[in-house]
Design a protein around this ligand. Structure first.
Ligand SMILES: [Zn+2]
Length: 68
């Protein structure tokens, strides 16, 4: 399972998207970005989000979880 923390994108937000692959997570993030942040999902934003998606067992995840 992978996840994406909105906070990692520099937003003051506790949203976390979870999924088995980037595509699944990106679709959740896309909806959230529009609804919660009035952000349009551009190819640049998708790329940024993909770079921030990490495995739940990784060190990067531990660091993100500790920020909450
Ligand atoms: Zn958010």
């Amino acid at each position: 399972m992978k996840d994406f923390h909105c906070r990692d994108a520099g937003l003051d937000c506790d949203f976390v998207a979870r999924g088995n692959d980037n595509k699944e997570i990106l679709s959740q993030v896309g909806k959230h970005a529009q609804n919660a942040h009035q952000m349009q999902v551009t190819p640049e934003l998708s790329k940024k989000v993909e770079g921030l998606i990490h495995d739940e067992s990784s060190d990067a995840h531990e660091r993100s979880a500790q920020k909450h």
